[in-house]
Design a protein around this ligand. Structure first.
Ligand SMILES: *Cc1c(COP(=O)(O)O)cnc(C)c1O
Length: 359
């Protein structure tokens, strides 16, 4: 497999030079005061970038994003809860499966492929004794970015805990835990942070820690949040973490904060996103009409050529765009706007698209 490809994928994404530099060093031993100090700094910077309250806490898990989704659900909810899941694609379905496996009662608010989430959808679930709401704020399968203010208002009205899978929206779109009363935020190393995969983080509000996590008896050894919360006080994790990725994280968070914080990083992603979308206006493609994240453009073709186009770019041009699984995959690819990509890279991709359509 060729590794010097240009990645227009949402995770792993095209890594930044400074991350590659960090990756080139020996991975050190980690039960040391120096590593603990770095972890405390990682925790602090994450709270700043997610706009979390200072008494929030971070769980650092060595797992992919789905592992963190499952861990977060298991540690916050049980069979005495009743959850509402916004289910608008394969990631929403993943939350449904997690609840099924762990016997947590839920209803799914299912959306069609081209259907935007509206206040009317949510209103029909008012006053139904739910205890929490789960949402993949950017449903990466379709590209839809749900309206967090609308979801926050619904949760507030109905006194629900709000758990957000922000894996593909953090550092791509604005994100504010405090402003929107978010109790749990799930993020992962390989998406907006553009690091190697393997690290996921769950940022927890004080209220969900005290009212849910600390009152639950854990049903898992590896995913016991009480254990992680105890250990992070001394800047450690219960088990060996992905030490190398945590160094990449420290480097990346420091860089982002030095360069102006989350807003300025989001601005860069948005600029690439708007540039690409304006350039494809003249092509025989379209974007769905619901609100979109800046992370990716879910490009829809007029014919079922998506897989052929994907293979052509990969094999002939060493360019990787994101294919789409399932039904949508025949006519749709996704082009990411995160990672170390320049406008010239998008010029090149658009030229390839033009060339392919006239071939
Ligand atoms: C990428 C992603 C995940 C995590 O997938 P993993 O393959 O387990 O890392 C979860 N939710 C969303 C919305 C994602 O985009």
């Amino acid at each position: 497999m060729k590794q010097d490809v240009k990645l227009f994928t949402v995770g792993p994404a095209q890594m930044y030079r400074h991350t590659l530099e960090v990756r080139s060093h020996v991975v050190p031993y980690f039960r040391t005061p120096e590593f603990s100090a770095m972890m405390r700094k990682n925790r602090e910077m994450l709270l700043e970038l997610t706009d979390a309250d200072e008494d929030s806490e971070v769980v650092f898990l060595t797992a992919s994003g789905s592992g963190a989704m499952e861990a977060a659900v298991m540690n916050c909810f049980d069979e005495t809860d009743r959850l509402l899941i916004i289910s608008g694609g394969t990631f929403g379905e993943r939350f449904e499966k997690i609840c099924e496996i762990h016997h947590i009662p839920f209803d799914a608010l299912r959306l069609g492929q081209d259907e935007a989430l509206t206040a009317a959808h949510l209103d029909s679930y008012n006053a139904k004794d739910y205890t929490g709401l789960l949402v993949n704020l950017h449903e990466t399968y379709t590209g839809q970015l749900y309206d967090i203010e609308m979801i926050h208002n619904f949760c507030n009205r109905n006194h629900l805990y709000l758990m957000v899978d922000a894996i593909s929206t953090f550092l791509c779109d604005e994100y504010h835990m405090r402003r929107y009363g978010i109790d749990a935020t799930i993020i992962s190393s390989q998406k907006g942070l553009c690091l190697a995969p393997g690290l996921s983080m769950v940022i927890l509000s004080r209220r969900i820690i005290e009212e849910k996590i600390e009152r639950k008896h854990s049903t898992s050894l590896y995913f016991d949040f009480q254990d992680y919360l105890l250990n992070i006080k001394r800047g450690q994790t219960p088990f060996t973490p992905c030490v190398g990725v945590l160094f990449e994280l420290h480097d990346m968070l420091s860089c982002i904060i030095k360069a102006g914080g989350a807003d300025s990083r989001v601005g860069e992603v948005r600029a690439r996103c708007e540039y690409f979308r304006s350039k494809i206006e003249e092509l025989p493609v379209h974007l769905p009409s619901f609100p979109l994240s800046n992370a990716i453009s879910p490009v829809r073709f007029e014919k079922d050529i998506a897989m052929d186009f994907f293979t052509y770019l990969k094999d002939e041009k060493n360019i990787m765009v994101n294919p789409v699984g399932g039904e949508l995959g025949r006519c749709s690819i996704r082009v990411a706007h995160i990672g170390d990509l320049q406008m010239a890279d998008y010029d090149m991709l658009v030229e390839e698209m033009k060339h392919y359509f006239t071939m």
